[in-house]
Design a binder for this molecule. Structure first.
Ligand code: 5GP
Ligand code: ZN
Length: 113
């Protein structure tokens, strides 16, 4: 989608540090990491928010979580990690292209702030 920063990152129009890529997904390091390891996993298809997901996206969203599992293993996050979808203004979503945050390398508290 035009003017979407994450579509541009997926298309390599904006540089990023990639950690995983396949036909459907791209994963790259967050520019402003909140943990020693902070990766964003995005579908190549533009989907703005969780509420825009359709039945046909079921497999794609499963692929995102399986990619998180593979990346966490590659990064050696044996003690666990935090997976987060910020969604909409109250959810703290700043970029309107759905993305899964994979954060690790430190202990996280709960409830989230
Ligand atoms: P959100 O608040 O929407 O859940 O998260 C957006 C994330 O994207 C933030 O953690 C922010 O640091 C990251 N981000 C925003 N712009 C860029 C960028 O141009 N490159 C990279 N690598 N990360 C970005
Ligand atoms: Zn997009």
């Amino acid at each position: 989608m035009e003017n979407c920063i994450f579509c541009k990152i997926a298309q390599k129009e904006i540089p990023s540090t990639g950690v995983y890529e396949d036909e459907h997904l791209y994963a790259f390091r967050d520019l402003n990491p909140q943990a020693p390891e902070h990766i964003l996993i995005i579908p190549k298809k533009h989907i703005a928010r969780v509420e825009n997901l359709q039945e046909e996206d079921t497999e794609l969203m499963g692929r995102i979580v399986i990619a998180a599992q593979k990346i966490a293993e590659k990064l050696g996050l044996k003690k666990g990690y935090r997976l987060v979808f910020n969604n909409g203004p109250d959810g703290g979503q700043e970029v309107e292209h759905i993305h899964l945050h994979l954060m690790g390398g430190r202990k996280f508290s709960w409830p989230a702030g």
